[in-house]
Design a protein around this ligand. Sequence first.
Ligand code: NAG
Length: 360
Amino acid sequence: MDSSGVSGWMHHLVVDASVKYCNCYASRPFYRLVSVACFALCVLFFVLSAQQPSVSRRTHQLHDAGRRTLSLSEPGGPRVDAFDLTVKPFGFNIVRQPTHKSSFKSCEKTDLLIFVCSSVDHADRRTAIRETWASAEALAPLNAAVVFAVGSGVGDQDALHQEAEQFGDILQGNFKDTYMNLTLKSTMALKYVSGACGRGTKPPRFVMKTDDDIFVNVPFMLSALKKNLAGAKRMITGCIKQRSAPRGVSADGRTAPSILPDFVAGAGYVLTGRLAAELYAAASKVVKPMKIEDFFVTAQCAKLVPGAYPPKHDPRFTCGGIVKDDCKLVSMFTAHKITSHRQSAIWDKFTSDPNPCMDF
Ligand SMILES: *[C@@H]1O[C@H](CO)[C@@H](O)[C@H](O)[C@H]1NC(C)=O
């Protein structure tokens, strides 16, 4: 076969194919229908996809969904965004301080100063606490004191003012009173102690942080603290969340369910008094402060104070579990999710004579 023969054969092939194609296209209505349908589908697809959220918006939504499942809050409680690192622990001022009317009368004579993180509109919870475990009769013999920490900008400020005038036990910051600002409330408590009990004044022996839906068994907790932490200069104790044995985690706490380092549950933890000022000083040095109050104070700040970390685990502090039987609380330090009504019910049992909880 010569070269012209080859090119002739190829020419024939190409021309033949194009002719064939053109013929098919032109002559068969079936192919025309298919191409029109294809075109229509393309237009429809284009219109529909223009109405869908853009890819980047979709990605954000997926990201948000991921964030929601990674929240560190108690089940059923408000959600805390663990990824939002934008907390400025010093961007606030204290606008109201406890007065001599409160149970907190002296730094050095106080064995236990309890900060109850509350909010402006939780007057009923503060009333219940003042009438039960934090009453003057209950606290004075123990050299214990209670101060309520609140924010600003929401709720009835006039009512709060009246309440503060009457009881003198309100510590108020000028930051917005929201759950997400809880880190600021705790930092405010540390700031208050370091200011009120600094410069040569001996701080209270122990400082506690708790919330206004917590029952605190003060006498039992304080006697145990005096025993367990005798001589401890720098110590934080509470329920370490990673050791509270949630589902799938061994009870001895060897398998940590969280990637976070150990920290104690914010429902109730105690630090040695001198640590308050040291933790407050450390707060400004935390590189990426997290909006999770307990993690911020008891891990991030504590790690910057030599000797303050790791915290000491004590399962008698609540890690968020619900205790249904009031009498079980005689052997607990704190109990979680306690309504105002139940504060009274528990207190009635604890103080009645004979005591129904000691009736074994
Ligand atoms: C916390 O308080 C500050 C100061 O009032 C406010 O600007 C901010 O929005 C609050 N943050 C949250 C999450 O509520």
